[in-house]
Design a protein around this ligand. Structure first.
Ligand SMILES: *Cc1c(COP(=O)(O)O)cnc(C)c1O
Length: 357
């Protein structure tokens, strides 16, 4: 059998294995921060109708600029955003890949404050962008001073901020975003995949967009909207940023079916986002229960919780899996991440946690 090493593959890809969380068929899947609730039946019907209406015309390429969808997304975001300031792609992963293709690449660098979203360094790798892992402070926090000092030291072309941060769950103080924007010589990307779950009073970086053409906010329908399988992510930024990613995007990257399904889902946003408050309730229950049991837990503005296992995390991960509960080992010694899902899933997780000690 031909091995990868037999192919003339790029040197920086040699010896690597593909990234991805285990997709195991177990009763309680709380490892990828999906929304545990299936789409409500009226939304299923609406998406079905929208898809059916596209089928005859699949002989034609889709709207290359996805204008109608981007207008809908701008309307959802508010903040006075217009269609020219919003761009959509197959997940926010593709959005961030396009941003690195336009603003990173060979000879350039991207910096993130780890632990953060594990895809940021992988997207940097894939686009030939040098990755700079900057540090977070105590308890995975990040102050403006800590962030600015490292941005000044490394002068990256792209800074990734993640708020609420994955895997820790905590949203950034808006002063950190402002300070990084001030200090960074290049683009600042704020990954707000979990914005809809943030605790009251949390400020989105969308509010800072006016007058800041180097700021990009990325969002997704994968989490709060329960649309992970639909693959729809988007960004909001200065219109010039949208024109920049249009230089590197594949023509027709977003299929007619994806555009239609996402528009139908957005039209039913109230029904889809109806699960958010219940999920936030489960998240807060997980935090409170684990803390009451004496475990350290990070503050969460997301639909997941980072918690200390009270021992080796790989052993705890396996013990939970043996009881049918799949959580995420993000490689932080002593810590695991669990998604907040349905009340029954929380019960199963908390019961399985009891048996660890
Ligand atoms: C889940 C997640 C995303 C979502 O990626 P999609 O490609 O939109 O599914 C983006 N950023 C972070 C930090 C995430 O955790």
């Amino acid at each position: 059998m031909t091995g990868l090493e037999d192919l003339p593959i790029r040197d920086d890809l040699r010896g690597l294995t593909p990234y991805g969380a285990p997709q195991l068929d177990v009763p309680v899947r709380l490892n990828t921060n999906e929304n545990s609730y299936p789409l409500p039946e009226p939304v299923v019907e609406a998406i079905g109708k929208a898809l059916a209406a596209e089928l005859r015309d699949l002989n034609r390429y889709p709207d290359r600029d996805a204008v109608a969808l981007r207008a809908d997304l701008a309307g959802y975001l508010g903040h006075g955003l217009t269609v020219e300031q919003v761009w959509a792609a197959n997940g926010s992963n593709e959005i961030q890949q396009q941003l690195l293709q336009a603003f990173g690449g060979p000879g350039r660098s991207a910096l993130g404050f780890v632990p953060a979203y594990s895809m940021h360094p992988l997207l940097a790798l894939g686009t030939g962008t040098r990755w700079v892992p900057a540090r977070r402070g105590v308890d995975f926090g990040l102050t403006a001073d800590e962030a600015v000092a490292q941005v000044r030291e490394h002068r990256p072309d792209v800074v990734f901020l993640c708020s609420p941060n994955n895997p820790t769950g905590t949203a950034l103080d808006p002063t950190v975003v402002a300070a990084v924007l001030d200090a960074a010589p290049g683009m600042v990307v704020v990954d707000e995949a979990y914005a809809e779950f943030a605790r009251p009073g949390t400020v989105s970086a969308l509010a800072v967009l006016p007058g800041h053409p180097r700021l990009v906010v990325t969002r997704t329908m994968s989490k709060a909207f329960g649309f992970a399988g639909g693959r729809l992510g988007y960004l909001a930024a200065d219109a010039a940023v949208v024109r920049a990613v249009q230089l590197v995007r594949l023509p027709y990257h977003l299929s007619a079916l994806t555009q239609a399904a996402a528009r139908a889902a957005l039209a039913h946003r109230d029904a889809l986002l109806g699960t958010v408050s219940a999920i936030m309730g489960e998240r807060d229950r997980i935090v409170a229960t684990l803390r009451a049991r004496g475990l350290r837990v990070a503050d969460s503005d997301a639909n997941f919780v980072l918690f200390e296992t009270g021992g080796d995390q790989a052993t705890a991960w396996r013990a939970l899996l043996d009881q049918g509960v799949l959580v995420r080992d993000v490689g932080l010694p002593g810590w695991l991440r669990v998604t907040a899902g349905t009340p029954a899933e929380t019960d199963a997780f908390l019961a399985a946690m009891e048996t660890l000690r």
